[in-house]
Design a protein around this ligand. Structure first.
Ligand SMILES: [Zn+2]
Length: 260
């Protein structure tokens, strides 16, 4: 049985802790201390990294030295022992792991999809998407172009709707407030905001979400919806855009959100 739980770190990061049998893996350990605390007497079996930012990698050196464990991630990151690239298939915790390149937030960004067997049904998929896709939002564009990020998000949005989405930050409430502004009248956003507010009031994570939920409420996956395109245009266009394509809508939304 696969168990996935969040280890909170810094002010709003989640380090995802994956356990199956007596194996323990973590995704994006920006800090070693909370991981060591969560492990208790158990040993760490390995580390997964989605991208090079320090709040995702800061604990790697200490953890990999202490537990002598492998580090899977983009080849350019110091300390990675098992370089991953787009299309790679590996085995992790006895389960298939699929690697997707999702440039945009950074150029090295990977998304990792772990598939759990489900006797009699389709495999249950768990997506570790770092700072690319957030609940009701997406990462800032530090290195890539809007077209790259939009292609990456579209790739994730094409996964089966029941795929669980494990983002690396608790940004859901702020993202949903923006989503409401970007698409007023979308009741799925209103309902999701009420649910997220209740969870946060009890100090509980709003994650994981699902691809289906994101398709219904995440403005950055809804650039093809005319109402979203209209709002984005009204907010930020220079007047020269009449029939914006989806990348242009995405670009307007992202810069609106940057200043929201
Ligand atoms: Zn980042």
């Amino acid at each position: 049985m696969l168990k996935i739980s969040p280890i909170p770190a810094f002010s709003d990061n989640y380090i995802w802790h994956l356990t199956r049998g007596d194996e323990h893996w973590v995704v994006d350990p920006g800090d070693a201390r909370p991981v060591i605390e969560a492990l208790g007497d158990s040993a760490l079996s390995g580390i997964l990294i989605t991208h090079h930012h320090l709040d995702h990698t800061g604990g790697v050196a200490q953890l990999s030295t202490r537990f002598q464990c492998p580090v899977y991630g983009p080849a350019s990151i110091k300390g990675v022992t098992e370089p991953l690239t787009d299309g790679d298939q590996r085995e992790l915790l006895g389960l298939p792991l699929r690697v997707m390149a999702v440039p945009g937030h950074t150029l090295d960004h990977l998304a990792l999809l772990l598939e759990e067997e489900n006797p009699g049904g389709a495999p249950r998929a768990h997506l570790f998407c770092g700072d690319t896709l957030f609940a009701a939002g997406c990462g800032r564009l530090f290195e890539g172009t809007p077209a790259q990020m939009y292609a990456s998000l579209s790739k994730l949005g094409a996964l089966p709707p029941e795929t669980k989405v494990y983002c690396a930050h608790e940004y859901t409430l702020a993202n949903l407030h923006f989503a409401e502004a970007a698409e007023p009248g979308n009741t799925a956003i209103v309902n999701r905001l009420a649910e997220a507010e209740a969870l946060r009031a009890n100090d509980r994570p709003t994650l994981p979400s699902t691809i289906g939920e994101e398709l219904a409420t995440n403005p950055f996956l809804r650039c093809h919806i005319p109402a979203v395109a209209r709002r984005a245009l009204n907010h930020g266009a220079d007047g020269s855009l009449e029939n914006p394509d989806e990348v242009q809508v995405f670009t307007l939304l992202r810069s609106w959100k940057d200043n929201f």
